[in-house]
Design a protein. Structure first.
Length: 485
């Protein structure tokens, strides 16, 4: 009994420590916002003379410190009112940034209308500059805070203890997502299922039965309870669970039976008190239209001009090494199954293709995504070209020609495509890309299944914002050589 009591005491101490850290996070965000608002007001006060054309020549504005304090106070109140400091907005999703931006608009409206009605002579130069400087500054601060939060979560801090309630298969599916995306800050501590095994097939410890949710929650002390509503007994039982946990510091999250669907495709519309999840059709068609194509052509053309000296130097190094061809055109399968010649700087010996079958057998590698570390076929200049992905720069010409896109699934050979099963074929609905989700999520360190899942997710959930984010992450991955070989 003493041992059990000690274990429970240690667990409760851990829960209290984590709860304190999580409660501190909104305070840190509020302090950061206050500091940045003070900086914005100070800059606006110092530089308002630049926009003195906006103020009447005979204007005699009130005390500037009082004006700045009022302005910052209204702005901070707007941030609080719009939930920009709620604990669940930090670390993931765009909701945090939307609330910060909306707070800026709300502040502009409240201060502008308030000063007009009260006939308060607010400096127009100060008003405009405070907003122009303040909104980007706050957003930049939140980006920095998000980076810090994600790093802390990957290091094991600022994590919320999660208890999963559902069938063993559903529990494993959700647990896989939460463990994979560590930046979300969820740590799975156990599961409630409808069977009597000690572990789910995926290795999640079963700590109770779904019929005893309240007792198990109070024993395990999680921060969040994930519930599969089809298991706990329908809406009536789910409502009872929410009522039972009303006085406990536990958030309840309902997990629908779907995965790999971007939140932008999901709309919640209540009907008669029942929240209905509307799932938009996959956005595959949007990834093939003129906007993306225009972006590809313009972007690739500008990159060719920017990298012209590097392209010339790389071509000289390859040619000088062994006198062989500079470029290597390999048949790849593109959009709608059409084969094209994928251009690369040659990084291997000239008979590399003849040696591949021997290497596959020797390494026991998968033919679907064949790559090995320390490949003996790679030449000396080819190693540094591959390390920083410079061997793929000639694919910019494939993009201009229309064979490829700047962002998309990885182009594969016919033998790999022949191994596709089921939804894998969806990769062929869009142009393959020079970079993509799998490249910025670990590159060659990912498993075959995970790389394929990311490519299909990209095809189904395309957006221009996502393309820009992938390009930005690609630059970081290339510079750090993450998973490259």
């Amino acid at each position: 009994m003493t041992l059990i009591a000690d274990v429970r005491a240690a667990r409760l101490d851990d829960v209290r420590r984590r709860s304190l850290a999580l409660r501190t996070l909104p305070l840190v965000a509020a302090a950061l916002d206050t500091l940045l608002l003070a900086v914005a007001c100070l800059v606006a006060a110092e530089l308002r003379g630049v926009l003195d054309v906006l103020d009447p020549a005979d204007a005699a504005p009130p005390s500037l410190p009082a004006t700045a304090t009022m302005f910052a106070g209204v702005w901070l109140a707007a941030l609080v009112a719009l939930g920009a400091h709620q604990r669940d907005v930090f670390g993931a999703g765009s909701d945090e940034f939307k609330r910060v931006a909306r707070a800026g608009l709300l502040t502009a409206a409240l201060v502008g209308i308030g000063c007009y009605l009260a006939k308060y002579d607010l400096s127009r130069g100060f008003f405009v500059l405070a907003l122009v400087v303040g909104v980007p500054l706050l957003l930049t601060g939140r980006v920095g805070l998000r980076v810090a939060v994600r790093r802390s979560r990957r290091a094991g801090a600022l994590r919320e203890r999660v208890l999963l309630a559902g069938t063993p298969a559903h529990v494993d599916e959700i647990a896989t997502v939460l463990r994979r995306d560590t930046y979300l800050g969820y740590e799975v501590v156990g599961a409630l299922t409808n069977d009597h095994h000690h572990l789910t097939p995926g290795g999640v410890p079963v700590v109770g039965h779904v019929d005893h949710v309240l007792a198990t929650v109070r024993d395990v002390q999680p921060h969040v309870l994930f519930v599969a509503d089809n298991l706990v007994g329908g809406s009536e039982r789910l409502r009872e669970i929410v009522y039972d946990l009303e006085d406990d510091d536990v958030a309840v999250v309902v997990t629908p039976g779907m995965a790999d669907i971007d939140g932008r495709r999901v709309k919640v519309r209540p009907a008669g008190g029942v929240p209905l999840l509307h799932i938009e059709k996959p956005r595959t068609a949007d990834a093939t239209r003129w906007a993306k194509r225009t972006f590809d052509v313009v972007g690739a053309s500008l990159l060719v001009l920017a990298f012209a000296p590097l392209l010339a130097f790389a071509a000289w190094r390859v040619r000088r090494h062994d006198g062989g061809p500079v470029f290597y055109s390999h048949p790849r399968v593109g959009k709608d199954g059409v084969t094209f010649g994928c251009l690369k700087f040659r990084t291997m010996v000239e008979d590399a293709a003849a040696l591949q079958d021997e290497l596959v057998a020797a390494q026991g590698a998968s033919a679907l995504f064949f790559k090995v570390k320390d490949d003996p076929r790679i030449t000396h200049p080819g190693r540094w070209l591959r390390k920083y992905s410079l061997d793929e720069l000639p694919q910019l010409f494939n993009v201009i020609r229309g064979d490829m896109s700047l962002v998309g699934p990885r182009p594969q050979v016919a033998g790999e495509v022949a191994l596709y099963r089921g939804h894998m074929q969806r990769r062929l609905l869009v142009r393959p890309g020079m970079t993509g989700l799998w490249q910025v999520s670990g590159r060659n360190d990912l498993s075959v299944e995970e790389a394929m899942r990311l490519d299909v997710f990209y095809v189904d959930n395309w957006s221009m914002i996502q393309d820009l984010a992938i390009l930005a992450r690609t630059l970081r991955a290339v510079v750090r050589s993450d998973g490259a070989y």
